[in-house]
Write a protein that binds this ligand. Structure first.
Ligand code: GDP
Ligand code: FO1
Length: 319
């Protein structure tokens, strides 16, 4: 177990879930808070869906479908098949066992639970000991600006498969949304803050857009370490490189470092991108080159250890 005291990690779904699993393997439950993007959340077929929270919870419980990137391994589609026969909406697949999570969350929210409370309940019931919290309990929704106009997030991401040219994204509700209580507590006592290799535009920016979060990170006593989601000049999964191309931004770790700017003190980039290290350092941050591709459980733990060691070294230099 790593000696780090309190660690706060900011996460989306796929890249976030992978590093979250590594951090949970090397940190005791009381030493880690995972704060997860909720701007992808929406109500579908009457159910409250929190895709990134579920991806992180399923990853921590070792129940995730790692090939698909979302949902539960080995799930089936009887409900969606039956719904298709009835002519219902099946563009967003609520698979059979995954449906149980959405049903329970929706029931509890209708009974007055906050998203934080229901996330804790589901974590407990899945046997996840590490703290997983939504970024906020307030409603925040990503709206994507595209060549086809403004699109609700899941319409852009799933229904239209990120095909429309991406101009930008706004986070409706974020400017008035307070971070969740667990997020505030973790910001106040963190000894290290880790930005997971999640999509900066879609998964991390909504977290940074909440009231006070960006300012807190910019003046943070705790080192902020980020892992680049770009490996070898491409995204490991998902639309990030395509989106960057459409914004005329080269798909490099250097571009990602510029995006987060002075908020990050330490960058972990992949060995395949080692040539970018000097340019990233010239932005005023430290860089470590390592393997950032997380395929095996060992990859995840090693990358988590690398991030925590980096944070500890930077904290020592600051003191
Ligand atoms: P989403 O919310 O489901 O889209 O997932 P995230 O935003 O958390 O993660 C998406 C990003 O994770 C993509 O841009 C990928 O490049 C990145 N990613 C996925 N797997 C890995 C990996 O093993 N290593 C690194 N460095 N990045 C990864
Ligand atoms: N992604 C898809 O590409 N197609 C789906 O049908 C789909 C269903 C789905 C159901 C529950 C859930 O929690 C996530 C689901 N996702 C699906 C993932 C999708 O929501 C995105 O990957 C994230 O929102 C981006 O983080």
């Amino acid at each position: 177990m790593n000696a780090a005291r309190q660690v706060l990690a900011l996460a989306g779904g796929v890249g976030g879930g992978k590093l979250a699993r590594g951090l949970a393997a090397v940190l005791l439950p009381d030493n880690l808070t995972l704060v997860v993007n909720t701007a992808d959340d929406f109500v579908h077929l009457g159910l409250h869906i929190s895709p990134d929270i579920d991806s992180v919870l399923y990853a921590l419980a070792d129940l995730n479908d790692s090939v698909q990137g979302w949902g539960l391994a080995g799930d089936t589609d009887h409900v969606m098949d039956a719904l298709a026969r009835l002519g219902g909406d099946t563009w967003f697949k609520l698979r059979d066992r995954d449906l149980a999570t959405h049903l329970l969350r929706t029931q509890k929210i209708s009974e007055g639970y906050s998203l934080s409370q229901v996330t804790q309940l589901i974590a407990d019931r899945l046997g996840v000991g590490h703290r997983v919290a939504p970024m906020t309990d307030a409603p925040v929704s990503s709206v994507v600006d595209t060549e086809r106009g403004y699109l609700a997030f899941q319409d852009y991401f799933v229904r239209q498969r990120c095909a429309p040219i991406f101009y930008g994204v706004r986070f409706e509700g974020a400017a008035l949304a307070e971070p969740s209580a667990a997020f505030v507590a973790a910001l106040e006592c963190a000894d290290a803050i880790v930005i997971c290799p999640s999509n900066p535009f879609l998964s991390i920016d909504p977290i940074l857009a909440l009231v006070g979060v960006r300012a807190h990170l910019e003046s943070s006593r705790a080192p902020v370490i980020a892992v680049s989601p770009i490996v070898g000049g491409n995204a490991v999964k998902g639309p990030l490189a395509k989106m960057m191309g459409e914004r005329k931004i080269p798909p490099t770790s250097l571009s990602i470092a510029r995006h987060y700017s002075s908020m990050v003190q330490g960058w972990l980039i992949d060995a395949a991108d080692r040539d970018e290290a000097a340019a990233i350092e010239s932005l005023g941050c430290a860089v470590r080159v390592t393997r950032t591709l997380m395929t095996t459980p060992e990859d995840k733990s090693q990358l988590a250890e690398a991030a925590l060691d980096f944070a500890a070294d930077l904290a020592r230099q600051n003191s």
